[in-house]
Design a protein around this ligand. Sequence first.
Ligand code: SAH
Length: 323
Amino acid sequence: MLLPDKAEILHLLADEENQDKLFARADKVRQQFVGDNVLLRGLIEFSNICRNNCCYCGIRKDNKRLKRYRMTPEQIVETAKRAVDMGFQTVVLQSGEDMWFNAQRLSAIISEIKKLNVVVTLSIGERSFAEYKAFREAGADRYLLRIETTDKDLYHRLDPGMSWQQRYECLLMIKELGYEVGSGMMVGLPGQSLESVADDLLFLKDLPVDMAGIGPFIPHPETPLAQEKGGTLSLALRTMAVMRLLLPKINIPATTAMEALDPQGRLLALQAGANVVMPNVNEGEFRRLYELYPGKPCLNETPTHCRSCIGLKIKAALGRNCV
Ligand code: SAH
């Protein structure tokens, strides 16, 4: 199969009219290369405290209206145990850049969770090589760090005080340390061109990533981008479908942001190239306060309910099993 080049990628991204054909093609590639099983990852959002000020993100430092929380190490390990009891074989630990979780504290948590015989993915942002190394030695298997956009000017506008080059180097460190590498980006950011989305896809292909998530940008009312237009589900799905063509074997989540825009968002994504779903396994308040963007689904559900509901929905609608 011939891989699309940049001109073809741009054409596929722009062609809303024929997107169903693209989705069917991506679905076929997904089936052929990674099979029909939908891989579940239990997402533990363990702290919404963040030192950064990303203009799109609801948990940015300057959002003074958000109630902040930090789960204790015991609560994090307990949540992981419950996830394992629910049948999850991978847990994803995600947070803002909360430096309370230093190498020593987070490594201890990772080691405890690894005793449960589960795959551990980290998604906690930019750290030093020494910290990434410590987490890896404690047993962390995978790392998710979205590049957010490969348009450096846009990145520097939207992520004040941060450096695109630094983020890129973090991805290289993660790779060098033998983590499975996850990245990805948002689509529909203010000032982001389709050409830059095409470049993002080529960046992921070059790295290359083992997994990548794509979500529509959703404006959060307590951020500087509150008045901007958000990304659309259809562009996010087309971008994801093209990514499946470019990287047939990687794991691609049907992202929560897609579901935030449409109650069928994740099901649609699973029919357009995605093969992973990451249900939130937090309980109660911790579930509601990790507000990256408005409209996150299932905020008032229990994790057990969510886990079985997603499984049943996927089986009923698509005839595919969750593992
Ligand atoms: N601190 C970690 C985790 C970030 S939150 C890190 O830096 O990697 C996970 C992802 O949510 C981000 O990488 C970003 O792509 C996405 N996100 C944040 N705000 C968003 C918004 N308003 N709309 C859509 N996605 C958003």
